[in-house]
Write a protein that binds this ligand. Sequence first.
Ligand SMILES: *[C@@H]1O[C@H](CO)[C@@H](O)[C@H](O)[C@H]1NC(C)=O
Ligand SMILES: *[C@@H]1O[C@H](CO)[C@@H](O)[C@H](O)[C@H]1NC(C)=O
Ligand SMILES: *[C@@H]1O[C@H](CO)[C@@H](O)[C@H](O)[C@H]1NC(C)=O
Length: 278
Amino acid sequence: MKKFVALVWFSFILASVAVRSTKASEYFDLSYSLNNDTIFYPGQKFNFELYKDRKGYTEGGYWYATYSFCMAEHGGTHVDAPIHFNENGWTLDEIPDSHMIDVRAAIIDVQEDVFSSPSPDAFTLQVQHILKHESQHGKIPSKSVVLVHTGWSRFWPDKQTYLGWTNSTNSSKPILNFPGCSGEAAKWLANERNIVGFGIDTPSVDIGNNGGNLPVHVFFGERQIYNIENVANLHLVLNAVNKKGKLCDGFSSNLRLFVLPIKITGATGGPARILAYC
Ligand SMILES: *[C@@H]1O[C@H](CO)[C@@H](O)[C@H](O)[C@H]1NC(C)=O
Ligand SMILES: *[C@@H]1O[C@H](CO)[C@@H](O)[C@H](O)[C@H]1NC(C)=O
Ligand SMILES: *[C@@H]1O[C@H](CO)[C@@H](O)[C@H](O)[C@H]1NC(C)=O
């Protein structure tokens, strides 16, 4: 009997070890904290504001703190819901959980291409960059979220540089300058790889200086594909080594993501906690 118990106990430990080893060794937080430094896409009503309504000891002798906050939807690390550019698209609270929870992901690292190009802020992701990624790391699985590492996050939270904000002397309209995705690459990822979401470490999936054309937003909106903008810390994932000793380099079958946006009824987008593991 003792032997049997010992065997059961041993099997239980073995099973626990087996289960544990399939879990994440480490989670990477791909979101920026919300505070006074949070960068918003220009033209919205509110930046991030925090009001410390109550903070201190009460007459009852216990500590009590409660704050209010206020912000526009599209600031910091946030999700664009399809309704942002498609009047019939899903609102933020309507995006299916299966598109956000424990989804497969790939990181396409184009940092070298961006910063070796003559004007990094005019760089757009092309189909050739995706094919190069796949030749090194494997095919992007169906229903993945594709994340693009341009390296632009190095400028966060310097608003002027990150947005590449210059004011044209000829118009009152500000001009933004930062890299993004091309319409062709967006179409290819939707049609050939059936992605459910697309993220980037810049203020927008379309380039900053876009002359008012936002092909990536419009196309992904049509296809019910959500965007994630101002993605943080992708370099940490790319440089990490997982428990099995494999470089966590954006390899398509390794990487998984939790995309957790705030649940506001009818929102066109909103701040999100993004966690990755490999
Ligand atoms: C954020 O900015 C507000 C308004 O300028 C200021 O009152 C507040 O002290 C700032 N908070 C922090 C943590 O710096
Ligand atoms: C452009 O104008 C905006 C809004 O007035 C301002 O915040 C920003 O600093 C200006 N940028 C430059 C480069 O002058
Ligand atoms: C402003 O207008 C002039 C004359 O039309 C043009 O040469 C110049 O490129 C314009 N500058 C900008 C920043 O648009």
